[in-house]
Design a protein around this ligand. Structure first.
Ligand code: NAI
Ligand code: AKG
Length: 427
């Protein structure tokens, strides 16, 4: 059988299909064994759960949640859990698929997983949020565990929720199990440097991309979509440590532009004091999210949700480098246009891998019950991110292809080797 003859290409939904197309482009270039290709195109396990929560007013609401393990050939599944009113099995499956390749690009001993609950957490009280989190984790307990599948934070989840997950798992299993989730608070087996890790990885790969493009990062201008964990730490580190000027930021409430560059610590303080959003910050001009994406800047960092950069937007993108802090922010149509325009895209599975890398450090520290200091964490993260960027860039040159396809080639090669050596099927 040839890869081009794969039968079952009807995906759970459009996002997963896009992810499969990314995979297939690389698989064909590297002439991947079709049996391996066929196997890796699909999630290994998907769990859909429905569970009740008694709300503060006594009503019972039923929530839907998911945990998908795309592949565990290289180790336990790893990946975050998101709370979002529009998340669904298509999205979570795609995110799990990307986690497999992300962990392999940076060479972590993990497979890929992801989870989600369809809920708008901003509409829940603290008590409702805790009940929902604990019940959801109990529902997926059959899949998770420190040697099976290790969740972490993603959109709208945080260290507090990870602590509830860890406690729920520990209560159900009868012993305190720190290594079942990462992104926990520091005093509960969390790691130094995890909150900043994804933004730090974005910053490191942005600096590497600038070198490749001959841009001086200390003179570079940056626009960032999304001002949550990834967006705000990217802004802080790019400005404070690399000297870049952050001229535009946005979040779900809209965008802001300041040609002199924002004081990021002041903006973070404002966000924290104003319900988590930047709307109304006085030292910037209001712009739309669309305007932000098409600004004349050196570096664009989409750090919100999927499909932010569409074909229509891509036509007007002026940035020379895009560093994908978010997962799946660039549509297929947009990617073709951007490659044609010679924009260097650092793909999600490389650019935002700093988060899972420090999650890996957290898990290792939990298992050995011995913790490292922040300097150690940053040094180790920097080494992994620059090495991985170098490997992907060299693969791009070797295959004369784009960065995303190159990252897939590196990652698929590693996963395929694990599948082969485990002897899943004769080859
Ligand atoms: N937290 C982590 O360690 C990692 C997160 N990611 C990805 O990064 C992205 C952001 O995640 P986090 O920062 O953790 O989430 P978060 O919940 O901390 O922040 C999300 C941000 O996006 C904004 N946003 C939401 N919808 C938007 C829209 N339509 N337009 C503009 N802004 C919008 C929110 O207002 C918020 O500022 C997601 O794609 C996530 O999967 C990837 C790797 C690791
Ligand atoms: O920290 C982790 O384990 C996973 C983070 C994540 O969900 C992601 O990289 O998209």
């Amino acid at each position: 059988m040839k890869l081009s003859e794969l039968g079952r290409l009807e995906a759970p939904g459009p996002l997963y299909k896009m992810a499969q197309h990314q995979f297939l482009k690389a698989a064909k270039l590297m002439d991947l064994d079709p049996n391996i290709g066929n196997f890796l195109l699909w999630p290994q396990r998907s769990l859909v759960v429905h569970f009740p929560v008694v709300m503060d007013d006594g009503r019972v609401e039923i929530f839907e949640g998911y945990r998908v393990q795309h592949n565990t050939a290289r180790g336990p599944a790893k990946g975050g859990i998101r709370y979002h009113p529009e998340t669904n099995l298509d999205e979570v499956s795609s995110l799990a698929f990307w986690m497999t390749w992300k962990c392999a690009v940076v060479n972590l001993p993990y497979g890929g997983g992801k989870g989600g609950v369809r809920v708008d957490p901003s509409k829940l009280s603290e008590k409702e949020l805790e009940k929902l989190s604990r019940r959801f984790f109990s529902e997926i307990q059959m899949l998770v565990g420190p040697t099976k599948d290790i969740p972490a934070p993603d959109v709208n989840t945080n260290a507090k929720i990870m602590a509830w997950y860890m406690d729920t798992y520990s209560m159900n299993s009868g012993n305190t199990t720190l290594g079942v989730v990462t992104g926990k608070p520091l005093d509960l087996g969390g790691s130094e440097g995890r909150p900043e890790a994804t933004g730090r990885g974005v910053s490191i790969t942005a600096a590497e991309a600038c070198k490749a493009k001959g841009i001086d990062i200390s003179k570079a201008t940056v626009a960032i979509q999304g001002f949550g964990n990834v967006g705000s730490f990217s802004a802080k580190i790019l400005s404070e440590e690399y000297g870049a000027k952050i001229v535009a930021v946005s979040d779900v409430s809209g965008g802001l532009y300041n040609e002199d560059g924002f004081d990021i610590n002041d903006l973070i303080r404002y966000r924290n004091e104003n319900g988590g959003v930047i709307k109304g910050y006085p030292k910037g001009k209001a712009i739309s999210n669309e305007e932000l994406l098409t600004l004349d800047v050196d570096i664009l960092v989409p750090a919100a949700l999927e499909n932010a950069i569409t074909g229509n937007i891509a036509k007007d993108v002026k940035a020379k480098i895009i560093v994908e802090g978010a997962n799946g922010p660039t549509t297929e149509e947009a990617e073709e246009i951007l490659i044609e325009k010679d924009v260097l895209i650092v793909p999600d599975i490389l650019a935002n891998a700093g988060g899972v890398t420090v999650s890996y450090f957290e898990w290792v520290q939990d298992l050995q019950s011995f913790f490292w200091d922040i300097e150690d964490i940053r040094k180790k993260l920097h080494k992994i991110m620059t090495k991985s960027f170098g490997e992907v860039y060299a693969t791009k040159q070797k295959y004369n292809t784009d960065m995303r396809t190159a990252a897939y080639i590196v990652a698929i090669g590693r996963v395929a080797e694990a599948v082969k050596k485990r002897g899943y099927f004769p080859m």
